[in-house]
Design a protein around this ligand. Structure first.
Ligand SMILES: [Zn+2]
Ligand SMILES: [Zn+2]
Length: 437
């Protein structure tokens, strides 16, 4: 009974298409989500029913141990042919979604293999999402840690020649999240998943800013689902901190629901704002400096605290001050110069990405609208939990709360506060801040 009730949070959004009040047609191609204890045992039956006889199981050495070996045994017992790809660590002792990993998985996948099973966390999923999409094979997801909300998403962030780019690929056909496996995942990964979820508070506020100030398309339904997803997590804080099965269920429901909301609306706007741009900026700099990678959600959680500070700052500004400050907003040329200084070899690519958003079409009209709508901007800023609240939530799950705890130095934090807004062509609190300086 309880099982059915809990499953229903995700069920309405699986394998569905409908016309939404936002004016768009929404479609979710994920056919099945199994989120329960012993979910691994449901995989062979699903494959047999769907007519798959030969599959390739992709893991890294840690996730193979955590769930891959067990799943392989279950599949072989069910007379399915299983090929194996255990992705090798890079020179830093990590698994990265880069060209080497992609080529390894391609080489390990026989032509007769019909589906790829991603058994791992975010990185293994990114590799498999890309390879299965480009080779026309079915992609099945077996998360081993509740660490990101990207399991259900379509974009594959891939590192090629040291640069990270997100390539459109496909969502999994089915997700099998085993609560026993998730509860045994490292504490830092659960804390990271929780941090990725807290970032929704600032990403949703950024999307609301885009709607208010630029008339950007906004879907109330997807915003509500994303909000529900993060509230599922904060409402079950203690269970998540203890990594109980109930806590892992709630966290995973939140992560998957956030992913489904992105699938429904067709982009990552509800779930990714300035806090993600900060995180991506730090990641690119660490990559260039050949420093070890940090967990995505750990960075996002810390960045969300910083962005909540930015929203607090807006509350102190009167509309008269806004009028004065916005009068000297940067020109397109000044933005381009700034990007050239900050992004070096990537600059032209970043300028092209930003061209549509660098200056809102009619700068003068935008300024007038900003002053007029300032009360609504403040209401959006009010909707963001305080930095102290976000910090307390992160502390409760023993996640990092400051850049220093992550090992991100103050200089890099300052650079990112100035320049991370250009990582994506999106209106965020950081872009607004640039306009008000
Ligand atoms: Zn994220
Ligand atoms: Zn909609």
């Amino acid at each position: 009974m309880a099982e059915q009730k809990i499953q229903s949070v995700l069920d309405p959004w699986v394998n569905t298409s409908f016309t939404c009040r936002c004016g768009k047609r929404h479609e979710v191609t994920v056919k099945k989500i199994v989120l329960e204890r012993d979910a691994l045992e449901a995989v062979p039956g699903y494959l047999q029913e769907a007519g798959y006889r030969h599959v390739t199981l992709v893991a890294d050495s840690r996730t193979y141990e955590a769930a891959g070996a067990q799943l392989r045994g279950l599949l072989e017992t069910a007379q399915l042919e299983v090929s194996l790809s255990v992705v090798k660590d890079n020179a830093l002792g990590e698994v990265a979604a880069d060209e080497e990993a992609i080529v390894q998985v391609l080489l390990d996948t026989p032509l007769s293999s019909q589906a790829l099973l991603a058994v791992g966390a975010g990185t293994v999923h990114d590799i498999v999402r890309f390879v299965s999409h480009r080779t026309g094979r079915t992609f099945l997801s077996v998360p081993t840690a509740p660490s990101v909300d990207g399991f259900a998403s379509v974009g594959a962030p891939i590192i090629v020649r040291g640069f990270k780019q997100t390539i459109p690929a496909s969502a999994p056909e089915a997700i099998f999240a085993d609560l026993g496996v998730l509860a045994a995942a490292p504490q830092a990964m659960a804390a990271a998943g929780f941090g990725d979820m807290l970032g929704k508070h600032t990403s949703l506020a950024d999307w609301a800013l885009g709607r208010l100030l630029l008339g950007e398309h906004y879907c109330e339904l997807c915003a509500r689902l994303t909000r529900e997803a993060v509230e599922l997590c904060t409402a079950n804080l203690q269970e998540i901190a203890q990594r109980s099965e109930l806590g892992m269920r709630k966290l995973m429901e939140g992560l998957i629901l956030s992913g489904l909301s992105m699938l429904i609306v067709g982009h990552s706007r509800p779930a990714s704002g300035a806090e993600h741009h900060l995180s991506h900026y730090w990641e690119m700099v660490l990559l260039q400096q050949r420093r070890g990678a940090l967990l995505h959600g750990a960075k996002v959680g810390v960045a969300a605290v910083l962005m909540a500070h930015e929203y607090r700052t807006l509350l102190d500004l009167s509309s008269e001050e806004v009028q004065q400050r916005a009068a000297s907003a940067p020109s397109r040329q000044e933005d381009a110069e700034r990007i050239r200084r900050a992004y070096g070899a990537m600059a032209e690519q970043v300028i092209a990405e930003n061209a549509p958003a660098m200056v809102p079409l009619d700068a003068q009209a935008f300024r007038a609208h900003l002053v007029e709508a300032w009360g609504e901007v403040k209401a959006i800023a009010h909707s963001v939990p305080s930095p102290a609240q976000l910090t307390a939530w992160l502390e409760a799950v023993q996640g990092p709360t400051t850049p220093a705890e992550l090992g991100v130095e103050p200089e890099l934090v300052q650079l990112s506060l100035d320049d991370a807004l250009f990582v994506r062509n999106r209106f965020t609190v950081l872009r607004l801040k640039r306009w008000l300086h």
